[in-house]
Write a protein that binds this ligand. Sequence first.
Ligand SMILES: C[S@@+](CC[C@H](N)C(=O)[O-])C[C@H]1O[C@@H](n2cnc3c(N)ncnc32)[C@H](O)[C@@H]1O
Length: 274
Amino acid sequence: MTNASDWQGTVGRSWASEWRRTDISFSELTPRLLAKIRREPGSTVVDIGCGAGELAIAVAEARPEAQVTGVDISADLVETARSRNTSANLTFALADAAQWRPALPPDLYVSRHGVMFFSDPPAAFAHLAAQAAPGARMVFSCFRKPAENDWAAAIAALLPKSDSPLASPTAPGPFAFALPDHVRRCMAGWHAVEFEPVDFRYIAGSGPDAVAEAMALFRRIGPAAAALRTLPEAERGGVEQRLADLVQAHHHDGVVAFNAAAWLVSATSDHNDG
Ligand SMILES: C[S@@+](CC[C@H](N)C(=O)[O-])C[C@H]1O[C@@H](n2cnc3c(N)ncnc32)[C@H](O)[C@@H]1O
């Protein structure tokens, strides 16, 4: 489980310091998500849980006539996103998207893995719909089941059982939106909810020392990171060694890659002029 206060604290700080590596980890998914977003009209676009801003930056560059806002609850990530931004039509807001009131009603919401952490998802999605322009659209990505995501399942299997973050399938966290029926129940205020599966390689490490890159990523991000932060010293060494062996086994052709599986979800707001 990863909740708002985790993102406002350690987890947000880790993602802010690791944004180059997390962007690379999604590098085979992002073009697929952007291609889907490109097919949607939208001149007031909001990126929910924008993190360090890669998606919002790409959308703002692709739509110079649009006003784009990235919203995130982590001050560290918003600061990082602002420092990367060179587009005049893009701003970032530090806020809880479940309560934030935009200056103009968005006609398109987008998100790369930023909508699975609400403590009360139906209330959050109903709020997003209520703020939106009539007929607004939403397009986001989220992970499918852990079993289809080797990068998480294989790492969780290395941890002591009590430290597995994959125990509860719908608790707020990276896998909370794995099950379409659950997502539909969460998306109050939205209809025509559609799911497109995308399989991709999660790139944990690349470049001249891909193994070291992957180890650096997994020490800060993902299932091993929390365990390594909290486990007693005596157990930490074993997890590190098993993680190193796993990373080495996934190192081929200069890249450390794991199978990953996501949904691209799209929906239309119920909110209309009437
Ligand atoms: C898995 S990260 C994805 C970040 C970014 N979209 C990316 O692809 O790199 C999830 C993001 O959602 C943000 N988040 C979580 N709960 C939120 C909320 N209630 N309102 C706004 N942002 C939230 C986190 O701070 C984090 O940046």
